[in-house]
Every structure is written in structure tokens, then in C-alpha cells.
Design a protein around this ligand. Structure first.
Ligand SMILES: NC(=O)c1ccc[n+]([C@@H]2O[C@H](COP(=O)([O-])OP(=O)(O)OC[C@H]3O[C@@H](n4cnc5c(N)ncnc54)[C@H](OP(=O)(O)O)[C@@H]3O)[C@@H](O)[C@H]2O)c1
Length: 321
């Protein structure tokens, strides 16, 4: 089968298309024929091997695995004898490392795909939408009627965050640049702030929850618009330096808020089956949809990474098989 692989850490140029052995499903795995995948900043960090402090599990000097990608949608080809939640022939979506390939073996994080989405649209969902769901519901403890500020409402994670916050009953304000204002409004945001013209931290509004996806504001700026009992959920941060990357900003925000009555939380999303099922329900109920910016073929995966690395996607970047 064909797969997008890399033998060393580096820029998108290290990624190449290669013929490798098709995997065989273990007893607890399903073999999925991937129809579409999507790329996330996590794949960028895995490709570049930056920041260095995060290399522990993936290989210190060179990557332990040559495979890339997480998000996929496709068709189940075969299942191991212990697998009962999906069957051969099922159209599914989920996440597993190595998804940028024609086939992937996946253990738990795979469920039937929403009936109203194409494979491309379904492949755009897993990491970004689970991040939005867990950030709002678990870390942000969002309650209906609360006011939520979403800084970075237009990239991979932002559009899902706007829609899921609305589905959870919040009053949503999305922050984006001029060219994305219509997109964010069309996703259901009650208010949209264009960061080219307006500073969201200088508004008279007070928010119960802020999800910082863009990572563009300091703690002293954020706290101006947070109620005394509010929560700031740190979702993303700029790439930072080679050694500690985005971690520097996260530590700074946490330290800055130590004496505050507000909560500041950072988390790494977990790709778990129950949350994939909740997302499928939200999508099939028409409450959440995928926004796809660009599509690339598997042979163009390096280009997909180049575009992701620019950090200005308007929705998700999908790789089709
Ligand atoms: N914690 C987790 O588990 C988790 C999971 C997934 C992703 N993340 C992190 O979340 C971040 C975003 O991921 P993504 O997939 O959405 O990335 P992305 O697709 O590259 O999107 C980045 C978005 O940020 C916007 N942006 C840039 N500067 C901004 C600013 N000053 N104010 C407001 N928005 C701004 C960009 O919009 P413009 O083009 O309009 O500037 C773009 O839409 C990354 O740091 C990623 O590592 C974390």
C-alpha cells in the first residue's frame, strides 16, 4: 500500500510517498481502508520533531515510526476476533497514528461515520472536533446560557468550537480576521470580533469561559474580559522555539494566573470512542458540520503540511486517497 512517510525529523520536504506492507489487524483491531485523512498541528510537531522536549515518546534522535497522520475516514476491510463495535463493510471515522496511508489498523477510536457526511468531511472531524468538545464540556464546564469567547474561531479547531458551544447552549463570540468573519457568523456565532479592527480584550463584555485556540493574548489581557469565576482553557499556542515550543507560553499563562480567582486550564485532547459517538450524533442532528479549506492527494501530503504550517487555514486540510 502507499503511505506518506518520513525517516527523519524536518520540514515538509522530508515527507515522501512510499510503498509499504499493508498492516494486518490484530485480535483487537479493525483494518480500515482509508478514503480520506486530515492533518492537524499535532502531525506538524510529529513531522518536525519540535519542540525537542516533546520527543521522548516519538524518538529522541530520529522518529521511531516513519508513519504520519491521525484523523481518517474509510471503510472497514476486516476485524480481529475481539472487535464487536464495527464490522467489515462499515463506513467509519476515527483516529490512529499512521492514518496518512491507504490502510490503517485501529483499536478503539473508530465508530460509524455520520450518514450525512462524505469521507472527506468525516476525516476533518476527529482531532479538531474532540478538542472543541472536551475543551468546552470537560475543561470549560460550559453551562447553557453562559458567555463564551473563542479566540481563533476560523482554523481547524475553531469552527467546531463555535458550533459545539452553540449546541451546548452558550452565547458565542468568535474572534477571527476579516476574511473569516462571514464564515464564523455562518457557523452560528452570536457575535464576531474581527481582530484586525477590534481588540476582544478591550470590550465591555465579560465572559464566563474563554477558549484560547490562537494563543495570541497574554494573561493580563485575557483576564480583563473574564468574570471573577471564569475559566480560560488554553487550547493552542504559537509554535515557539525549537527547545520548548508552545510550552513556554502555557507555563507563562499558568504562572501569571496563580493568584487569580479565575481558573486557567491546559489540556491535550483524548481521542476516545464515546466522544466520537457524541460528535456523530451532533453532526447527524445538523448541529455541527465540517468546514474544509483545501484538499490534497496522498502524493501531495508535503504540500498539505506546508499549507498547515502557514497557520492560516480556513477550516480543515484534507488528504484524499
Ligand atoms: N490542546 C489540544 O489537545 C489541541 C488539539 C488540537 C489543536 N491544538 C492547538 O490548537 C491550535 C489551533 O489548531 P488548528 O488546527 O485550529 O490550527 P490552524 O488550522 O492552523 O488554525 C489557526 C487559526 O488561528 C487563527 N489565528 C491566527 N492568529 C490569530 C489571532 N491573532 N487571533 C485570532 N485568530 C488567529 C488563524 O486565522 P487567520 O488566518 O484569520 O489569522 C487560523 O484560523 C494549534 O496551536 C494546535 O496545536 C491543541
Amino acid at each position: 500500500m502507499k503511505a506518506a512517510v518520513r525517516d527523519r525529523y524536518g520540514p515538509p520536504e522530508v515527507v515522501e510517498l512510499r510503498e509499504i506492507d499493508r498492516p494486518v489487524a490484530a485480535d483487537n483491531e479493525a483494518l480500515v481502508r482509508v478514503r480520506a485523512a486530515s492533518v492537524n498541528p499535532a502531525d506538524w510537531y510529529s513531522m518536525t520533531g519540535r519542540p525537542y522536549v516533546a520527543r521522548g515518546m516519538g524518538g529522541i534522535l530520529k522518529p521511531k515510526s516513519d508513519r504520519l497522520g491521525i484523523d481518517f475516514a474509510g471503510t472497514v476491510e476486516a476485524v480481529g476476533r475481539d472487535v464487536t463495535h464495527v464490522r467489515p463493510g462499515d463506513e467509519v471515522f476515527g483516529g490512529r497514528s499512521g492514518a496518512l496511508a491507504e490502510y490503517v489498523c485501529v483499536r478503539d477510536a473508530v465508530v460509524p461515520k455520520p450518514v450525512n457526511l462524505t469521507f472527506d468531511e468525516a476525516a476533518a472531524v476527529p482531532v479538531a472536533a474532540i478538542t472543541a468538545l472536551q475543551g468546552l464540556r470537560d475543561k470549560g464546564r460550559l453551562q447553557p446560557g453562559q458567555k463564551v469567547l473563542i479566540n481563533g474561531a476560523s482554523g481547524g479547531v475553531g469552527p467546531f468550537t463555535v458550533q459545539i458551544a452553540k449546541a451546548l447552549g452558550a452565547e458565542v463570540t468568535g474572534v477571527c480576521s476579516t476574511r473569516n468573519v462571514d464564515l464564523v457568523r455562518s457557523l452560528g456565532a452570536d457575535h464576531v470580533i474581527d481582530y484586525n479592527y477590534e481588540d476582544c480584550t478591550r470590550s465591555d463584555q465579560r465572559y464566563d469561559l474563554m477558549l484560547d485556540i490562537a494563543g495570541s493574548r497574554s494573561w493580563s489581557e485575557c483576564k480583563r474580559v473574564l468574570t471573577p469565576r471564569a475559566t480560560l482553557v488554553i487550547v493552542g499556542a504559537p509554535k515557539g522555539n525549537a527547545l520548548i515550543g508552545p510550552l513556554g507560553r502555557i507555563v507563562k499563562l499558568r504562572l501569571g494566573s496563580l493568584r487569580s480567582s479565575r481558573r486557567v486550564v491546559f489540556f491535550i485532547a483524548k481521542l476516545i470512542r464515546p466522544d466520537l459517538e457524541i460528535l456523530r450524533e451532533l453532526i447527524e442532528a445538523g448541529k455541527v458540520r465540517s468546514v474544509i479549506d483545501r484538499r490534497y492527494e496522498l502524493s501531495e501530503t508535503a504540500d498539505a503540511f506546508r499549507y498547515l504550517g502557514e497557520g492560516h487555514a480556513q477550516g480543515k486540510i484534507v488528504v484524499t486517497m
